[in-house]
Ligand binder design. Structure first.
Ligand SMILES: *Cc1c(COP(=O)(O)O)cnc(C)c1O
Length: 415
């Protein structure tokens, strides 16, 4: 026994999560998680909760797709489930414009690689059947480009991120869907950052067959609960015909616990794996919060507060290069160039959780998930300005405060 180290109980402090995600979890979600009773994964209320979540998810996604449910885990779990329909040798065109679509491209190359290709470079296979189109960081994927490449390659699958959180760019979903329809490709979308922030209905994009999101960004649930996914009948037909190399992340099998059996809604789910009553309760509450807020209203609120943040950091001399409404990606002013990571580290040490970009070029990312109030945005701006000041920048704090007050009073006057 003497060589066993008993660590003290782990305490994790409260921080202001002002990055691309996870967002600051709503107190209602935490309460739902902590208040759930001890129950197994086949208990009636747990199963009923999962069916209610499924119905709320259909509203959130804007779809009548039967195969709409949550995949246990984070964003990459939902993406893995969706991308499992891609089999070795399948032709795929992937559009990347930042960190996350880059990692999605890696997943796709791993799935589409032949055995020989995988053995040649197990951690980074170069699959001949996959065409990766790299759009530069800071730019969006344009519909015209998708149309041109799909016309040339005529792939079975096409993939893009809706909102690329690495660079903070919104990609052309309408153009992507139209091109997929025109060229007969099955579209797959990483909607990890857009679901629960943007107001869109996936049924308006018939070129897209599969969608995957995450629990802890726009949906505002805890990480490692449920990643929302949705699949069209066309996707399910493809999977039914060809299968996939997974039990746990098999879209048809994973759907069973959510009460989707033989392609139809069933009264109750049947066992697929051990789900968590705590996770179900938290996810259920997160979905209720979003639907109570209203999808359109929530999207308007994000756009409004992102604009106030953008104007304030611009006043501080930063250059914003993003166009997402939940996240501002910026270049520091001249004198602070090259000190992005230092600034971010300093903020993080003071429990102000902003982020650098995770791939080149180095930029600063400030997110506003679940921070869409005047006081929260003001707090973020003041903390950021103080950090810039601590690094020696000449910050006109009064002017910035005035700019914020103007953003908000103009809005009040316009109402
Ligand atoms: C965050 C993110 C991911 C990864 O999600 P995890 O929850 O970390 O697994 C993938 N794609 C995009 C666009 C993201 O923003």
């Amino acid at each position: 026994m003497s060589d066993v180290t008993l660590f003290p109980a782990l305490e994790i402090p409260e921080t202001l999560a002002a990055g691309p995600g996870p967002g600051n979890t709503d107190a209602r979600v935490l309460a739902a998680f902590a208040n759930a009773g001890l129950a197994d994964h086949m208990q009636a209320d747990v199963l009923r909760g999962m069916i209610e979540c499924k119905e709320m998810l259909r509203t959130l996604w804007g779809t009548t797709n039967t195969f709409t449910f949550g995949v246990g885990g984070t964003g990459f779990s939902g993406l893995d489930c969706m991308l499992n329909a891609i089999l070795p040798g399948d032709t795929v065109v992937v559009f990347t414009n930042g960190t996350f679509s880059g990692l999605d491209a890696l997943t796709i190359r791993m799935k589409a690689a032949t055995r020989a290709e995988l053995a040649a470079a197990p951690m980074d296979p170069q699959a001949a059947s996959v065409t990766v189109i790299e759009v530069p960081h800071g730019e969006s994927v344009a519909g015209k480009l998708v149309d041109k490449v799909l016309d040339e390659v005529k792939p079975k699958w096409a993939f893009m991120a809706h909102w690329e959180t690495g660079s903070g760019r919104i990609n052309d979903l309408q153009g992507f869907s139209d091109a997929c329809e025109k060229h007969g490709a099955l579209g797959l979308i990483d909607a990890v950052s857009s679901l629960g922030v943007e107001d869109f209905s996936i049924d308006d994009y018939p070129g897209v067959a599969g969608w995957a999101s995450c629990p802890q960004k726009g949906v505002l649930c805890l990480p490692l609960t449920y990643a929302p996914v949705s699949f069209t009948d066309r996707y399910i037909e493809e999977l039914t015909a060809n299968g996939c190399h997974s039990y746990v992340h098999h879209p048809i099998l994973e759907a069973r616990h959510w009460g989707i059996l033989d392609g139809k809604d069933a009264k109750a789910g049947s066992y697929h794996r051990t789900h968590s009553g705590y996770a179900v309760a938290a996810f259920h509450e997160a979905l209720r919060i979003t639907l109570q807020h209203g999808r359109a209203e929530k999207a308007r609120d994000y756009a409004f507060h992102e604009c106030a943040l953008r104007e304030a950091v611009t006043m501080l001399g930063c250059e914003v290069t993003s166009n997402m409404t939940s996240l501002v990606v910026l270049n520091l002013p001249g004198a602070l160039k090259g000190r992005e990571k230092e600034l971010v580290q300093m903020c993080r040490a003071e429990s102000f959780g902003i982020w650098p970009t995770l791939s080149e070029p180095v930029q600063v990312r400030i997110g506003i998930l679940n921070q869409i109030t005047q006081s929260a945005i003001t707090d973020i701006v003041v903390r950021f300005a103080k950090a810039m000041e601590a690094l020696g920048a000449d910050v006109g704090m009064d002017a910035v405060q005035l700019q914020l007050a103007r953003s908000y009073s103009v809005a009040v006057a316009a109402q």
